[in-house]
Ligand binder design. Sequence first.
Ligand code: SF4
Length: 208
Amino acid sequence: MAIENQVPEELQKNVFLTSVDFLYNWSRKNSLWPMLFGLACCAIEMICTAAGRYDLARFGMEVMRPSPRQCDLMIVSGTVTKKMVPTIVRLYNQMAEPRYVLSMGACATGGGPFKEGYNVVSGIDKFLPVDVYVPGCPPTPEALLYGILKLHEKIQNQSVRTVPWYRKDTPKGITVPELGPDIFLPDRAAEIRQITMKQKPATAVEES
Ligand code: SF4
């Protein structure tokens, strides 16, 4: 049978790449290695998920690595304090591409019960690109597994032609935030200074 009759019309021009995509994504999604770190109570549920009852090994994920250089999945499980953010971003920058971030629980996603607290950030997605959010306080192991399956779907739908890590114009890392009077991104320092000066009363501006 001629190949034109076997392949849908929209795929006839890229059947090779489509097959590469399928194999590439199938093998990647079934061998994700999460980083072994937890931030608060959600981490206990993550640990349960990796144990015998829920058995992460079914997904090729049994190896939780202690080094970011050996991981391709960061599960942010717990409360993200302002003091921890620079370290989390530094760990993310040390992971090799392709890499993914799963935000586990209300705290990691939006601050949870500590939202707008003096020492907690309102979501890790203010600093890192998050691929999947898992709601809950804490999410159950089943919810985390569902989030991981959603990540599998996302990986399966990626294409080697468009993924960012093969593009020359992709930024290599994320700016590490700094702890100042409050946490801020150094590359936004000029903008922040400008806003602060605008908010100061006229007398204070004259004195400074
Ligand atoms: S979302 Fe709930 S269980 Fe998870 S770290 Fe925050 S307070 Fe703890």
